[in-house]
Design a protein around this ligand. Structure first.
Ligand code: UT7
Length: 312
């Protein structure tokens, strides 16, 4: 995480908002904002910690996937920047863009590569610097987001009992206009247009409706497909966008909210980074026990959504 904490009260000094409004609507109390570090810097920091935990050397890594929608460059991709920063010279490295569902899409993709036998391990990272794409004059969106990165190392092992069991992913491009961040339009000598960039745009209420419907639906489908009872799951780690979305999902699934850990109060919505950051915090606090069944679930721009069942 970037070190700089920005509280709701800090924001209230520069825009017409309040701690009360932000907390009651979203559960967010503060977020981290990076001043110097790029998406790749944060991603590489998380990658180093994940490698330390895994006991693997960077040069052993065969695949690096970075889920991000806020890269520093169109090219090279962020994963290549990470590869260079950590010295993982034997890895193939590429980015994957699925906004707040990005980490689930990347983990699922890496899992498929491992299952196919093409690679034996992968470093999967979710990293976003949302502070550079939000409009700091739009109080309805800028207060929601934060910067950060999280990473995991996965590797192939013959174990029926542990590891990633199954992932599912879905997309609905025709609903995509409710949450967008434009890159560049066709600016060239034929169109006569100047290159432009745009800020993040969100229709918050439509995204809210989509999330509270889709997340329980996709978790239910995942549990059905894997013949798992919801009571068997120790924790559901949902993308941290809004505590009210998470509460609504718990309610629809008829599950106690205690099964849905949250850290949104401290980091806001860190997009593709939120799920691995939460996973890491719980792991470091010793809250995850070997054999625990976990469901990870993300949702976001695209529209996209996905969930994954794993045994810790
Ligand atoms: O990863 C997915 C990312 N997206 C999401 O998770 C977003 C999902 N949506 C939401 O979380 C909610 O829709 C929001 C938190 C974004 C907004 O909550 P809401 O209850 O839907 O509020 P609203 O947009 O209907 O706005 C209510 C009022 C408006 O004032 P009026 O028109 O009622 O006078 C806004 O102008 O709140 C005002 N408002 C604010 N007031 C203080 C909007 N932003 C702020 C603000 N501070 N930051």
């Amino acid at each position: 995480m970037p070190e700089k904490r920005v509280t709701n009260d800090d924001l209230a000094k520069i825009m017409d908002t309040s701690d009360e409004w932000i907390r009651s609507r979203t559960g967010i109390g503060e977020r981290r904002i990076t001043e110097e570090k790029t998406t790749a810097n944060l991603a590489a920091g998380a990658a180093r910690k994940a490698l330390d935990d895994s006991g693997m050397e960077a040069c052993e890594i065969e695949l690096i996937l970075v889920a991000t929608s806020t890269p520093e460059y169109y090219f090279p991709n962020t994963a290549c920047e990470v590869q260079a920063a950590i010295g993982a010279e034997n890895a193939a490295a590429f980015d994957l863009s699925a906004a707040c569902s990005g980490f689930i899409f990347a983990l699922n993709t890496a899992h498929a590569f491992l299952q196919s036998g093409m690679y034996r391990n992968a470093l999967v990272i979710g990293a976003d610097v949302m502070s550079k794409v939000v409009d700091w004059k739009d109080r309805s969106t800028c207060v929601l987001f934060g910067d950060g990165a999280g990473a995991v190392v996965i590797r192939s092992e013959d174990s029926e009992k542990e590891g990633i069991r199954q992932g599912i992913m879905g997309s609905e491009g025709k609903g995509g206009e409710v949450l967008t961040c434009r890159a560049r339009s066709n600016a060239n000598f034929l169109t006569g247009k100047e290159p432009d960039t745009d800020y993040l745009y969100m229709n918050g209420q439509e995204v809210f409706k989509f999330a509270v419907k889709k997340v329980p639906e996709c978790i239910t489908r995942l549990l059905e497909e894997t013949k798992t009872e919801k009571e068997e799951i120790t924790y559901f780690l949902l993308h941290q966008a809004n505590y009210r979305i998470i509460e609504a999902a718990a309610k629809r699934l008829k599950l106690p909210i205690e099964k849905f850990p949250m850290n949104i109060e401290h980091y806001g919505n860190t997009s593709g980074a939120s799920i691995p950051i939460l996973l890491d915090e719980m792991n470091r606090r010793g809250e995850l026990k070997r054999g625990d069944k976990l469901v990870l679930a993300g949702f976001g721009a695209g529209l996209t959504w996905g969930a994954m069942l794993l045994t810790w």
